[in-house]
Design a binder for this molecule. Sequence first.
Ligand code: GLY
Length: 376
Amino acid sequence: MSPIRVELGGRSYDVQVGAGLIDDAIVQARDFIETYALTGGGSRKVPVVADTNARKYHGERLAHSLASDEYEIAWFDVKPGEGSKSWENLERLTDWLLELGVTRQDHVFALGGGVVGDLVGFACAILKRGVGFVQLPTTLLAQVDSSVGGKTAINTRAGKNLIGAFHQPSLVLVDTTTLATLPDREMRAGYAEVLKYGLLGDAAFFAWLETNGSKVLARDAAALEYAICTSIAMKAHIVAADEKETQDLRALLNLGHTFGHALEAETGFSHDLLHGEAVAMGMVLAARYSARRGGFDHADVIRVQRAVAAAGLPSRLEELGLKCSGSRLVDHMRHDKKAEAATLPFLLLRSVGEAHVARDVDLKDVAAFLDDELAG
Ligand code: GLY
């Protein structure tokens, strides 16, 4: 499988997708590891920051691969969960990297989902004003979204991802075999982001998912690889064209996220509603709201709802059993980092495969719409 290139001039990098890439890590990432061995005084230690589950399932394989060139891993464990994207962990991690003597020529490896990738990416962005890192994403969501594109961040009391930086990885290794141990619920949550790519910009891919989504969720190797590669290729294209979200292009990747963020905030960013589940519900709401404004066919709303429901993701707001008003959900949206002054951009749909940014949305109308949806 040829790599997917994220074209960013001198900061361009490859995303490799395939089964067993962790076993092959030494071959894929040798150039980046060797730098560390040289600048780190020939210590032959490779710094790997890992989610404890990812280390349990894949740590041995990575260690075995690196050992073939006589490298050892210096492990830094991170507990699973959003709580690990904290100031405290950032401090612990940067102190540890400094103690190891990591230099600007070195690379730190991130093994795990979006939490580990975001934390490591941000630590590397600020450590010595920029250290390289390699992403080894082990969840579907991280593979198709967060490991590619250089958005890195931690959470604070004021909200998620409010402290962060754009810092691109040097290499992303997507080993599809890691999904074999991913819980089904996490798999479905990651699949929401896959559906998002079809809905926002590729009608043929969306139609393919309508037919083959169950194979992807069942981890059929060929279907999975096709879905992951198609998603990453679209993300790579968008990031190359609008790296820092200064035009409306990268913002399209937030389809389903404005409504979804409000739902996550209302459920306390807890395990009750995973990010991908909120995005799935958010995409349905974006479709229904687009139809209400008259810009999207009702038949396409049904397609979106069916595709989301068929994946076992929430597709009706009343399913979530929220006890709140539409205006409370709108207040959550106003607090999202994407809010601009008094206006709030919404990602809406013209057709399946064509999203756009609407800047003329009346938030009172959104609150009334959500009241209707909450009532079922
Ligand atoms: N996850 C949205 C982005 O990378 O822009």
